[in-house]
Unconditional design. Structure first.
Length: 144
């Protein structure tokens, strides 16, 4: 069930008592991906409640999409998202050998699209596949 913290600006959230805090991350947050009802969550942080438990903050944009508010029940399916963050070192090295506009175009990409390309690089099973994915991305950035 969605709940709301009391007071002005109180967050709407779903409490997740079965998930443990990660002591290696700031404030113990845990990064997850999954779904709340039919809304897809990617690289979403579960936040600490202060009592050792974590909660899933549900922003107003999400609540509008799923048409739910505090007091409503939601269906939540989450999995731990341990995918690395940031830009692979190999891609950074390639940017150093390309015109500066290539890196600027990469940085200007919408997060969703940039993350799609980064996921393809991180998901590569071999160095050859990783190189191929990086070259595809560089070609796209060069052709813009």
């Amino acid at each position: 069930m969605l709940k709301k913290f009391q007071g002005k600006g109180g967050w709407t959230y779903a409490e997740l008592p079965g998930v443990r805090m990660n002591k290696n991350n700031p404030f113990g947050w845990v990064r997850v991906s999954g779904k709340i009802d039919d809304f897809r969550l990617e690289k979403y942080k579960l936040m600490p409640m202060g009592n050792g438990r974590l909660f899933l903050p549900v922003k107003s944009a999400i609540r509008k999409k799923i048409k739910k508010e505090a007091g409503d029940y939601v269906d939540i399916h989450l999995f731990l998202d341990e995918r690395p963050e940031g830009i692979p070192e190999e891609l950074i090295a390639c940017f150093e050998n390309e015109p500066k506009i290539v890196r600027k175009r990469f940085d200007a990409m919408p997060d969703r699209i940039r993350n799609k390309y980064l996921d393809q690089i991180f998901d590569a099973r071999t160095d050859e596949e990783k190189t191929e994915e990086i070259l595809k991305l560089l070609q796209i950035l060069t052709d813009q």
